[in-house]
Ligand binder design. Structure first.
Ligand code: EPS
Length: 375
């Protein structure tokens, strides 16, 4: 199972192609649109989200609400294109308006300039932009459909924005409260403090990052493998999460805290309940040796503050080599809840991929039989 996305932030559309989905899976544009809409939410978002109402068009691979087994292609039109068509045209284009020549520290601007030789940094930022995550959510939600079909359930919540940390919470509480929160945070007091901090950052022309957590329930035992580095599920999930714009850290289960505790306080003891094994704790976050062990998968990711600052940092103007203030592109103050939705999607896609490796088949009925042990 694999996917590619294409599209510039202010281009005509974002597109994606997904290869390897079995035939016979129920899939509708509405199902994908629900996730696209969740990605657009969050307190602290910028003006772009007021322009867009992201909707997917399924261009191939789905007929009558079911996948065909052929490549699934899809697109999301950029409504903002109407404001950018002259500048972003594939043919004759206005290449002198809206140029960007002072790289923003933390964005891809300078590294992209050096690597690709573009003098107008727009040629880098258009693709580096987190706008791409709309296509990623659409593509990966196809994988989510598969894992949900096989009973897995994926949830996320925000546990930190800037200096504000939410208290630990049960999954029941997270499921009951996080979806209603503008910051995807299960704790109302923490949410209020986070909103205050975002307001303060906005006033200061600053930006904020944070931490979110993904929890996957009802995961079958045996996804991933210990036998090769690139089959270890924890490595694959971490790679998928680190590939999301602005993600700088990933931890599974106890994560970094495990490094400071003795083994007796880290490893999850094994008990028998008569019919199978149960664990006394889930510090491993559901994965041991790169293999799912049947416990909930628990992963956290850290997002750095967005690189565009309305009160910009110092940089160098590429046109004259002089010190200058970094460019200001319209941006978000904080997009941690949106990143959590993107993260749910990419985690779901990796799980779908690992699921199909274990219970392979060309169609859902064939995979169903394999899951029941009939073939
Ligand atoms: C985003 C779209 C972008 C940004 C943001 C996320 O649109 P625009 O550049 O037109 O405002 O708002 O991307 C970034 C913060 C970034 O640094 O790239 C989106 O669709 O999520």
């Amino acid at each position: 199972l694999r996917y590619l996305t294409a599209g510039e932030s202010h281009g005509i559309a974002l597109t994606a192609i997904i290869e390897g989905m079995p035939a016979g899976l129920d899939l509708t544009a509405e199902y994908i649109n629900t996730q696209l809409s969740r990605r657009q939410q969050g307190y602290g978002r910028g003006g772009r989200m007021q322009i867009e109402t992201d909707k997917v068009e399924l261009l191939s691979g789905v007929r009558g609400g079911k996948t065909l087994g052929s490549p699934i292609s899809l697109q999301i039109k950029n409504r903002d294109w109407s404001n950018w068509s002259a500048i972003m045209a594939a043919g004759e284009a206005d290449l002198t308006s809206r140029t960007v020549v002072v790289p923003r520290p933390g964005h891809g601007d300078l590294a992209g300039h050096i690597k690709y030789g573009h003098q107008d940094l727009r040629n880098i930022l258009e693709r580096a932009s987190a706008r791409e995550t709309a296509a990623r959510v659409a593509a990966c939600t196809v994988g989510r459909r598969l894992i949900e079909h096989y009973g897995m359930e994926i949830t996320s919540h925000v546990i930190r924005i800037g200096s504000v940390e939410a208290p630990r919470s049960s999954l029941e509480n997270i499921k009951a409260h996080a979806p209603q929160s503008v910051l995807l945070c299960a704790d109302a007091d923490a949410e209020a403090a986070m909103i205050k901090e975002i307001d303060q950052a906005k006033e200061n022309g600053d930006s904020l990052g944070g931490v979110f957590e993904i929890i996957v329930r009802h995961v079958p035992v045996g996804l991933g493998s210990h036998v090769h580095w690139d089959r270890k599920l924890d490595g694959r999930l971490a790679g998928a999460l680190m590939s999301i714009q602005a993600i700088k850290g990933v931890e599974i289960g106890l994560g970094f805290r495990a490094a400071s505790l003795p083994g007796s306080q880290v490893h999850d003891e094994i008990f028998s309940n008569g019919t199978g094994f149960i664990r006394g704790s889930n510090n491993a976050g559901g994965i041991e040796a790169g293999i799912t062990n049947g416990e909930d998968i628990v992963i956290r990711a850290a997002m750095k503050p967005i690189a565009t600052l309305y009160n910009p940092l110092r940089s160098i103007n590429l046109e004259n080599g002089q010190e200058d203030k970094a460019a200001i592109e319209r941006s978000d103050i904080c997009a941690v809840p949106a990143a959590a939705v993107v993260a749910e999607a990419v985690v779901a896609f990796e799980l779908a991929s690992a699921f199909l490796e274990k219970f392979s088949g060309d169609s859902i009925p064939e995979i169903d039989k394999r899951c029941r042990g009939e073939i």
